[in-house]
Design a protein around this ligand. Structure first.
Ligand SMILES: Cc1cc2nc3c(=O)[nH]c(=O)nc-3n(C[C@H](O)[C@H](O)[C@H](O)COP(=O)(O)OP(=O)(O)OC[C@H]3O[C@@H](n4cnc5c(N)ncnc54)[C@H](O)[C@@H]3O)c2cc1C
Length: 414
């Protein structure tokens, strides 16, 4: 038996296990997934928890039923990979051997990395929504919030779902309006970027939406610490942003075992070839999903498109053929904008998000970089697609590679 070991049973790990289980000879391949706990979270739903749209039951499912019968699930924390010996050591000392290893351990918010963040104000006036516990605590806090400065903050890039803080800001603005207290609340968006988003056309569109909603943007803000006594963010260049309620996205980092194993960069992401996802150090090691250092968005959609390329390449590799599939960094993200509307952005390593229609040119039904109700319904529907189509590894009729069909570049037309 050949052994494929997958570290992390989240979005990427589950899809890979289920797809390859179907495609590989079940008597020739032993597929094992290791995860530290038995709760698979649909993380995009965290965004809606603070506003009471979703609760824990909408977000969490047990892992075992999500994996095909025949895939082994080991519930234990990974302590270390010994890539020279093709071995993984688990907490408690158990050792797993492998022929091929996929690191799919994602990225995690690390509030402990910013001085003053996890102090006495944590979950009192400082919240996050990148964990379910954080999103639930924020739901309770928002119930009692009726005036003051609400500051939404990104500590440092990269973060998973880089548009989620903007989505939270738009949803909060709409929620305050619905509650009739928008006038009593000053909304501020604090970012290390020089504008609302990284890419020029989307940054301009999203920046204009913040302006229309009278949300002040504090750009180029590199937080040094949080001053708990004065409830304020303090930057390295000594700017001070006071808050009554802070909703922060802490520094995101790959798993500690990646660093412990000598397999990571300074943020614990695994260096890989950005087209094949193969480790730059070990030919039998791959990193798929948020765990890798590829210069794409850390997003479930990226994990999905990357898995498609990875699976084809993996089948070629074990058959002794060259890996010809090339991942282009394709990302496809809905951006909730409040009032039951959303935008959609579609881009890759080389092409920024552009306006147009998706997935069918001219027809859509989704609109790119435009607020529509159809996009919002698409975002809500995606939760069902995630559990029932994506995770089981069924084909989704969306191309893995980004297409220019139906798009136009306003900067070229100008
Ligand atoms: C608030 C929010 C909103 C989002 N919205 C969107 C969206 O709208 N669209 C989109 O495409 N994406 C969105 N995302 C991002 C998306 O959820 C992630 O990019 C996706 O889940 C990445 O998949 P992954 O398999 O790489 O990592 P994960 O799904 O995070 O899985 C990693 C797994 O590894 C396990 N693990 C980690 N360390 C260890 C260890 N030491 N031992 C054992 N197991 C370990 C974890 O328990 C976890 O199960 C959002 C994320 C958040 C937080």
């Amino acid at each position: 038996m050949k052994r494929l070991l997958i570290l992390g049973g989240g979005t990427a790990g589950t899809m890979i296990a289920n797809r390859l289980h179907r495609l590989l000879g079940q008597h020739e391949w032993d597929i094992t997934v290791v995860d530290q706990d038995d709760s698979h979270h649909y993380q995009p739903a965290y965004l809606f928890v603070p506003f009471g749209t979703y609760t824990r039951d909408d977000v969490v499912r047990e892992r075992r039923p999500l994996l095909s019968h025949g895939v082994e699930l080991v519930l234990a924390e990974v302590k270390r990979v010994d890539a020279d010996a093709d071995q993984v050591v688990l907490k408690g000392g158990r050792v797993l051997n492998y022929d091929y290893l996929v690191i799919a351990s994602g990225t995690t918010p690390r509030p402990d990395q910013t001085p003053g963040m996890v102090g006495r104000e944590w979950r009192r006036s400082i919240f996050d929504f990148y964990t379910l516990e954080g999103a639930e605590a924020l739901f309770e806090a928002l119930k009692h919030f009726d005036h003051g400065r609400l500051v939404v903050h990104i500590t440092e890039m990269p973060i998973k779902c880089p548009v989620a803080p903007l989505e939270f800001t738009f949803l909060a603005e709409a929620w305050l309006r619905r509650k009739g207290i928008r006038d009593q609340v000053e909304l501020v968006f604090v970012t290390p970027l020089d504008g609302a988003f990284t890419q020029p056309v989307a940054a301009e569109r999203l920046g204009a939406m913040l302006e229309q909603r009278k949300i002040h943007v504090e750009p180029d803000f590199m937080v040094e610490r949080i001053d708990e006594d004065h409830r304020a963010l303090v930057s390295y260049d000594e700017r001070v942003v006071p808050f009554d309620l802070l909703v922060t996205v802490p520094l995101n980092m790959g798993a500690d075992f990646v660093a412990r194993s000598g397999l990571g960069d300074e943020l614990n992401y695994v260096p890989v070839d950005k087209h094949t996802l193969q480790s730059t150090a070990y030919d039998n090691v791959f990193a798929v999903g948020d765990a890798s250092d590829i210069p794409a968005s850390k997003a479930g959609s990226v994990a999905h498109f990357a898995v498609e390329i990875f699976v084809d390449n993996f089948l070629a590799l074990i058959a002794g053929r060259p890996m010809t599939g090339s991942f282009d960094g394709h990302a496809n993200c809905f951006v909730e904008s409040g009032d039951d509307k959303a935008l959609l952005i579609d881009f890759n390593y080389d092409t920024q998000p552009l306006p147009g229609k998706y997935p069918l040119p001219l027809i859509g039904p989704m609109s790119l970089l435009k607020e529509t109700r159809t996009n919002h319904l698409g975002k809500l529907a995606f939760r069902h697609i995630y559990w029932n189509v994506l995770l089981p590894g069924h084909p989704v009729p969306l191309p893995s590679h980004m297409s220019m069909a139906g798009k136009h570049d306003p900067t070229e037309e100008a």
